[in-house]
Write a protein that binds this ligand. Sequence first.
Ligand SMILES: [Fe+2]
Length: 302
Amino acid sequence: MWLSVEKLVNEIKQDKPDPAAAKALQEGLGGQFGEMRTLMQYQFQNFNFRGDAKPFRDVVRAVGTEEIGHVELISTTINMLLDGSSTSSSTKAVDPDSLPLADALDGNGNIHHFLVAAQSSRPVDAAGNPWSALYVYDSGNLVLNLFYNLMLEATGRLQKCRLYEMSKNKTFRSTVSYLIVRDLAHEKVFAKALEVLGVNWGKVLPVPKVDTDKMPEVKALEKKNLHNQQWTFSKESQLGQIFKGESPFGDGEIETMDGLPDGFDVPVLPDREEEFAPGLDKDLKSKAQEIAGITRQQRAAQ
Ligand SMILES: [Fe+2]
């Protein structure tokens, strides 16, 4: 079972809303090589693991546990790119005739972000296709699974490098850069596990060499060694028996980190009157705030 920590795995920088960037980023969430897929693929491989090679099970369990934090991070980033993109008025009643949602008809964004989701993320790819369980690969064979996971991380990273080249929006880039670095770390986890099993993966599967030297946000994260580390997200994990020593890519020492990262505060999305979200009238709102322990003075100031 799992515990949840009310923190984001990385800090999301503030910038202007950008519905076109939000639409593109959906590929990293609900696309074939997105975070929803990595989460479900590694967890099904964990649930279905046969035999007593626990350190290898801990490999898929640790990375699969990190992935739910990536789903949260990328959804929150999409929300920040969308929220307030239609109008600057978030808390006051909006005149419908002023067409506060007119930007939803701008062809650069995804109309469902406004029409269905009230300026927030959806479990779909950048073209609006729903996420599919058919993406999930679990063959029951450890070597094949590890190979496929390595390919999945390498392709996900390739796509994120393409996303990086689409927008300079700081909100967008802070998350895309973080995921470029973490995908690299995860490539190494699966490559190392194959190496430990004696599989010469580099001969049959050359991982694409995507040069990120000109991406300063990526370099800054790599300086913290984030591309060589993997957390266990568990007290009983034996991941450290596999993920140690020289990086399988020959770029430094890899390191197993006990537990989980410190994390960053999760932003609170404001009410959006023009979206009728969350749609509480005065009475319901005051009840909800009472339950949340918000004082009368704070309410009056709102
Ligand atoms: Fe991920």
